[in-house]
Design a protein around this ligand. Structure first.
Ligand code: M6R
Length: 610
């Protein structure tokens, strides 16, 4: 997500924190800013766009300071702009805040503060609300650290926050709550950053803050306390990684890092949207009459996003019983699509810049049909041009092969389905099951990650296959397409993907010794039919691998190799979770075959040509 940097010591602080930000540039951002303690109080510069723009401004200002914090923003609340860039200040401009993550209850907090008096907002961000809250607490007690403590107790969400106070010019306060924050220890100087690469040129002795920790950092001391305010002894780790390894968080590739980020990506996607009572909030969204009035949904996307859309079809048709059509964006415009005013058209895109998807969106808009974007990159073209957008909140995805964006796209589609179901009175039982499964999706993904070694072992067994089949029924067939795309995209293995029942109508002719068939078998209703297809492949000498539920020992007996995922009561969420083992299989097979995993040949991350 966004980048955080901080420094306190005797050196020139602003140039150090900007250098730290530069080292986090690989993560992607859309604006950046810096705050430092000048002779006159807290000075702030912030700019939309590349870091160079901020650097130019800073160079003209020639700051001299011994304490500074800086931030590169990847927009979540509010478009990329100078105003929305961090740091944000309270009403008195004495408190400056930078923040990664999402504050879920910022609207409630804003409304509560309004009851006590005006809240002069300068941006559209949740972060600014936190700055005002800390400022208000500070006005009550005059105690900076206590003000942060009591404000943080009121915040809900996943965040890492770093704060300066004009009246305490030697102190940075930092809080970690689900978003990473690392402190760096120097000699008569200390550092902080959201990621280790930003610290490595300065120190290799770091303290990784734990969940709920609060740190008070001065040049010669780091005070650490837990969420209950109890002082803690900091655990210092010496980091030996080189810079490249550090950028990947210690993982060998961005793809592996992003696969592991999926539980957090889904948590961020659901935060503030899927409420504890099961209701769904989508924030600023389409008119209620669109939500209650549509009688068909079209989903338009490319590649992995298209595959997420296929799961959307199961979600919407299952719960709402409205027909859904899923289109490849590259085909949409040229196939003379029938569009009606009572359609709702969803556009799914990680980058928000895919040319085919954008062209299809423009065509639909010309017809005046309501459009909803499901997009990861805030402020991207598709996000801006759709009538309304639901951001997937997966964080920047760097590897060309999409992984965490896919899971977040499916989770977003599930949110949309639930939202529409509540408004339109969808199938109650299926709605309840989906709600429960979606809320638990981060934990299901985390459980699959705990079993990663079993998946790696299967990759060892199959990595030399000349051809792989990816098969399933229902939602598993939709995920089979995604599993196959991952395998061919990064491991360059030819694949054949289809509903399992289609095998006997032709593709079965390709099965012989050495060929591997990977089945998704995550729906008990179609399990037995799928096992018949497994036997068809085995009888012809193919090796069979299945992604199966923990609750299904029978499939494990029939398959040559099986990879288990937790039992999940919603077939669509179960299928979506089964994509994670397929991603890991593709990753390990590609690694064993010596492929360039993060930058596969012939492909680009953002496809801006039609
Ligand atoms: O940025 P988008 O989601 O619109 O991109 C669509 C496809 O180009 C993308 O999903 C592509 O298929 C991925 N590289 C697959 O891993």
């Amino acid at each position: 997500m966004c980048g955080i940097a901080g420094y306190v010591g005797s050196r020139e602080a602003v140039s150090i924190v900007l250098d730290q930000l530069k080292r986090l540039e690989y993560r992607g951002y859309d604006s950046a800013g810096v705050a430092w303690r000048s002779g006159n109080g807290i000075a702030i510069l912030k700019k939309e766009g590349r870091l160079d723009r901020l650097f130019q401004e800073v160079t003209q200002t020639k700051p001299t300071a011994h304490i500074a914090i800086a931030h590169s923003r990847w927009a979540t609340h509010g478009k990329p702009s100078d105003e929305n860039a961090h740091p944000h200040t309270d009403a008195t401009n004495r408190i400056a805040v930078i923040h990664n993550g999402i504050i879920e209850n910022y609207i409630e907090l804003y409304q509560e503060m309004l009851q006590e008096g005006e809240v002069p907002l300068k941006s559209e961000t949740d972060t600014e609300i936190a700055a005002h809250l800390i400022g208000r607490e500070y006005q009550k007690t005059g105690d900076f650290v206590e003000a942060v403590r009591s404000a943080v107790r009121k915040l809900r969400g996943a965040f890492a926050m770093v704060i300066l106070c004009e009246d305490e010019p030697d102190k940075i306060v930092a809080v970690r709550n689900a978003s990473p924050l690392v402190l760096g220890i120097g000699e008569s100087e200390n550092f902080l950053a959201s990621d280790i690469p930003a610290l490595l040129p300065y120190t290799r002795d770091v303290i990784v803050m734990d969940e709920g920790d609060l740190a008070v950092i001065t040049s010669d001391r780091i005070h650490l306390e837990d969420a209950a305010g109890r002082p803690k002894l900091p655990k210092i780790t010496h980091v030996d990684w080189d810079i490249e390894a550090a950028e990947k968080g210690g993982y060998e590739h961005f793809m592996l890092k992003e696969i592991h980020e999926q539980p957090d990506a889904i948590r961020a996607c659901l935060a503030g949207r899927l409420m504890k009572d099961g209701t769904v909030k989508l924030g600023d969204t389409l008119d209620e009459k669109v939500w209650t009035g549509f009688d068909r949904i079209l989903i338009v996307a490319c590649g992995t996003a298209y595959h997420a859309g296929l799961l959307g079809e199961f979600l919407f048709e299952g719960i709402l019983r409205v027909p859904v059509e899923v289109y490849y964006a590259s085909e949409f415009r040229y196939n003379n699509p029938i569009l009606r005013p009572t359609d709702l058209v969803l556009f799914i895109s990680q980058s928000g810049e895919t040319a085919d998807t954008l062209a299809a969106l423009r065509l639909v808009k010309e017809e005046g049909i309501p459009t909803l974007g499901i997009v990861n990159v805030v402020g991207s073209s598709i996000a801006r041009e759709c009538d309304s957008v639901l951001y997937t909140q997966a964080g920047p995805e760097i590897c060309v092969a999409s992984t965490k964006a896919y899971s977040a796209q499916v989770a977003s589609l599930a949110l949309v389905a639930l939202y529409a179901s509540h408004l339109r009175g969808g199938d109650r039982e299926k709605t309840a099951r989906l709600q429960t499964a979606l809320a638990a999706m981060p934990e299901f993904l985390a459980e699959v990650l705990r079993r990663r070694e079993e998946i790696e072992a299967v990759a060892h067994d199959i990595h030399q296959a000349p051809l792989m089949f990816f098969l399933g029924r229902g939602a598993d067939a939709a995920v089979a397409l995604e599993g196959a795309l991952k395998m061919k995209e990064i491991a360059y293995i030819p694949t054949q993907e289809s509903p399992a029942g289609e095998m006997k109508h032709g593709p079965l002719a390709l099965v012989e010794n050495g060929v591997v068939a990977i089945f998704g078998i995550t729906n008990p209703v179609t399990r037995d039919k799928s096992l018949s297809n497994v036997k068809e492949v085995a009888a012809r000498g193919g090796t069979t691998v299945g992604i199966i539920l923990d609750s299904d020992p029978l499939s494990a007996e029939v398959l040559d190799r099986s990879i288990r995922i937790p039992h999940i009561d919603s077939p669509t969420i179960a299928a979506a979770v089964s994509a994670l083992p397929l991603q890991l299989l593709a990753y390990h097979v590609a690694r064993l075959r010596g492929c360039d995993i993060d930058k596969p040949r012939n492909l680009a991350k953002s496809v801006t040509v039609e």
